[in-house]
Write a protein that binds this ligand. Structure first.
Ligand code: HEC
Ligand code: HEC
Length: 245
């Protein structure tokens, strides 16, 4: 080892113990937000933006929501993106094509070229009506990332006719009993939540969306980084083995 390297190593060793992070608030600026962070946050905003942001729900009904619709003016439900565009991102062509959530509105699956600039224009126009005090530029950025890159064909993972997940029960059980069990328990029954087994049977699309993106405003993790298949496996396990009540 030559002298120069020795000096450099010694220098580096002296630097190590300094508590440098606490003293440098600017170090925050070096954080790099991954696209998956943006997609998952966009997914939670798509689910329920006011809950994710800790805001009170809007008190006025959404201007474009059908007057006869069942969720008009219901605690802001008609302002949630998912209420018009669906948990399966297919709007009227998907699960919301019938039943109490029917609005007749289209999905967002074709909007894979969406940019934050285009979406800002769409969301702030009179039709969508997201004015000041609702979505920030950062929110629109995350929503655009989600719209462009976060949706996927749910019918590859959930059979629409049978309303059944098509994943692996065994793998789903393993994921659930290691990743989810700490918060949701072995039987999936929480104090505030309906049993996860019931939810997964009634609405596998919603559960799939929440596993991938997290629950708005809660500490629940988003499994985005692991791809869609583990989420499908978990949904299938919840449907097949988890108690309904
Ligand atoms: C009250 C119902 C309603 C709500 C709530 C709603 N949308 Fe829409 N959205 C529509 C309708 C209807 C269209 C089609 C309108 C048109 O073509 O002009 C549309 C169009 C879009 C499009 C363009 C789709 C395309 O293929 O070009 C995007 C993207 C979109 N909405 C995203 C969102 C997001 C994100 C939210 C939540 C922040 C949201 N929407 C909330 C009804 C709604
Ligand atoms: C760090 C704790 C935590 C972990 C880990 C966690 N969750 Fe959650 N989850 C929550 C909280 C908190 C809520 C919201 C409160 C509630 O509904 O119980 C929630 C809500 C949900 C909901 C929506 C319930 C509803 O009523 O809308 C589903 C579905 C869900 N979790 C499934 C899962 C699955 C599946 C996993 C594993 C992949 C998981 N969670 C991991 C904390 C967690």
């Amino acid at each position: 080892m030559d002298i120069l390297r020795k000096v450099l190593l010694l220098g580096a060793a002296c630097l190590l113990p300094l508590p440098s992070f606490a003293a440098q608030p600017d170090s925050q600026k070096a954080l790099i937000y991954s696209d998956l962070y943006s997609i998952a946050r966009g997914g939670r905003l798509y689910d329920n933006w006011f809950k994710e942001k800790g805001l009170k729900p809007p008190t006025q009904p959404h201007p474009a929501y059908p007057p006869a619709g069942k969720f008009r003016g219901k605690k802001g439900a008609d302002w949630r993106c998912k209420e018009c565009h669906g948990w399966d991102y297919l709007g009227v062509e998907g699960v919301y094509g019938k039943g109490k959530h029917l609005t007749g509105f289209p999905g967002i699956r074709d909007a894979y070229r969406m940019t934050p600039k285009k979406l800002a224009k769409i969301l702030s126009d009179e039709f969508h009506g997201y004015g000041p005090g609702t979505l920030s530029a950062a929110d629109v950025y995350d929503l655009a990332t989600f719209v462009a890159r976060g949706t996927f064909p749910m019918d590859h993972y959930i059979d629409f006719e049978k309303e059944r997940g098509m994943g692996s029960v065994r793998r789903g059980r393993e994921y659930y009993q290691t990743v989810c069990v700490g918060c949701h328990g072995l039987d999936g029954k929480g104090e505030e939540t309906p049993p996860l087994g019931k939810l997964a049977r009634e609405n596998p699309w919603e559960v799939m969306h929440k596993i991938l993106n997290g629950q708005p405003g809660e500490d629940m993790p988003a499994l985005r980084a692991f791809g869609v298949q583990p989420a499908a496996d978990i949904v299938t396990y919840l449907q097949e083995e988890m108690p309904v009540k």
